[in-house]
Design a protein around this ligand. Structure first.
Ligand code: SAM
Length: 416
């Protein structure tokens, strides 16, 4: 079978978790992959392409590298793209699109660079087959990704189509939904879905039945990802992929992998809970969970995080993507109604009150919070036991871990 070089982009900060995930999906060792910034490079084959699209929760897409060459000017891009055997991947009757990204490229216009690559692909097809394929920018049959660095061009054929964070179950979005890939990254970083390498937690707390709870669940992304993991539902079972239109695609092989994935589904060992102060959000979350096939594996409730008591007597892991900034204000007892203070102060109050509530009622739990606010631990008068850098799109965030033990928190005045 032909060896392929695959590149799986991911959010910055997620690379090591993705590398671990790729190893377990493909049954390979660390020697078969390279961890890069915001992505992982894997040596594999077409079967890996299908498996990774179907099972990866952390990758944004699966790209097959088809060219890697130096360039100085647009003509070099044309020459490199002309030399690729595109006819092995799609036919001239199919449409295509060029996506382009660059880091420190000396070229003046990325649009012009993309145009040169597009011409090279179309001209090659005309020379080989007498027919020029059409360009289609909205729903192309084939997507070609090109990346320019200071002096290198890399060309990839995309096998995912729509980005992999689109699992196919979300129609109710809420106001600021977390991408599914990032919710999965939070679960991996917390050690709930992936082991942390220690003898204490080799496979992830999920396998040990440790409950997980998101008290600001919004449209339910973290809880739904967690429940699918607990039920071993592959993230790609309910969506279509770009590879289905590419020439190497063999429907039988794909159907076999889907059948195997469905056969792995099981009853969850761990319980999953979510709640939100906005009943509209709880409604969204319930409908999303229904479509994701996990409504019986999650208990959603309405209620203020400052008042909700632990959903289960067994201490577990809380994962929170709390409200912040102007887009999503805190609501409930610490929210703006009845207060004329600034949003910043209200947020400060919310987090200080949340810390008090947790300290009193959640002893034994571990809480992980994803936030762009680097002063959050001080606002909560907590000392974090870990901080994991993670990017939410362009926003630099931290995941802070707080080990909640009654009376053990650092007692210092909250930052305002
Ligand atoms: C950033 S959003 C979470 C988005 C969620 N991760 C998703 O993917 O949809 C923050 C959520 O916190 C909720 N919220 C605000 N104040 C709250 C409070 N006092 N108690 C519980 N939830 C609250 C908001 O309604 C909002 O849904």
């Amino acid at each position: 079978m032909q060896t392929l070089h695959l590149f799986l982009p991911c959010a910055a900060g997620v690379e090591t978790f993705l590398a671990q995930e790729v190893q377990s999906i493909c049954g390979i060792t660390a020697d078969d992959l390279r961890v890069l910034r915001a992505g992982v490079m894997v040596r594999g084959n077409w079967r890996f392409v299908l498996l990774l699209n179907l099972h990866s929760r952390l990758a944004q897409r699966v790209l097959v590298e088809v060219a890697y060459a130096p360039y100085r000017q647009e003509q070099d891009l044309y020459a490199t793209a002309s030399a690729v055997a595109w006819e092995q991947w799609f036919t001239p009757k199919q449409s295509f699109k060029i996506e382009i990204t660059a880091q420190h490229s000396p070229l003046k216009s990325l649009n012009f660079a993309a145009l040169k690559i597009k011409d090279a692909v179309a001209d090659r097809f005309r020379e080989q087959t007498g027919v020029r394929p059409d360009v289609e920018t909205r729903w192309p049959d084939a997507r070609i990704y090109s990346h320019l660095t200071h002096e290198q061009l890399t060309l990839y054929i995309d096998t995912s189509g729509e980005s992999l964070f689109k699992r196919g179950w979300r129609t109710d979005k809420g106001d600021a939904p977390l991408k599914e890939t990032l919710a999965a990254a939070m679960l991996a970083a917390s050690g709930w879905s992936q082991g942390d390498g220690s003898a204490n937690n080799p496979n992830g707390w999920c396998d040990r039945g440790i409950p997980v709870y998101d008290p600001c669940c919004g449209s339910g992304t973290i809880a739904i990802e967690a429940a699918q993991i607990a039920c071993r539902i592959a993230p790609g079972v309910m969506r279509r992929f770009g590879f289905e239109k590419l020439l190497p695609f063999a429907p039988r092989e794909w159907q076999d992998l889907l059948t195997q994935a469905r056969a792995q589904q099981c009853a969850p060992r761990a319980k999953v809970f979510g709640s939100d102060v906005a009943f509209r959000m709880v409604d969204f979350a319930e409908r999303n969970a229904e479509r994701a096939g996990v409504s019986s594996a999650i208990e959603f409730r309405g209620g203020d995080a400052l008042q909700r008591m632990p959903p289960t007597e067994h201490a577990g892991v809380m994962l929170v993507n709390p409200p912040y900034g102007e887009r999503i204000e805190t609501a409930g007892v610490a929210g703006p109604s009845g207060s004329r203070e600034s949003a910043q102060t209200q947020d400060g109050d919310f987090f200080a009150q949340l810390a008090t509530h947790w300290k009193k009622n959640y002893a034994g739990w571990t809480a992980w919070m994803l936030t762009p606010d680097l002063k959050l631990p001080s606002r909560m008068r907590f000392k974090e036991s870990r901080r994991v850098p993670m990017w939410n799109g362009p926003i630099e965030c931290r995941m802070f871990r707080f080990d909640l033990r009654a009376g053990s928190m650092r007692d210092k005045p909250a930052l305002k």
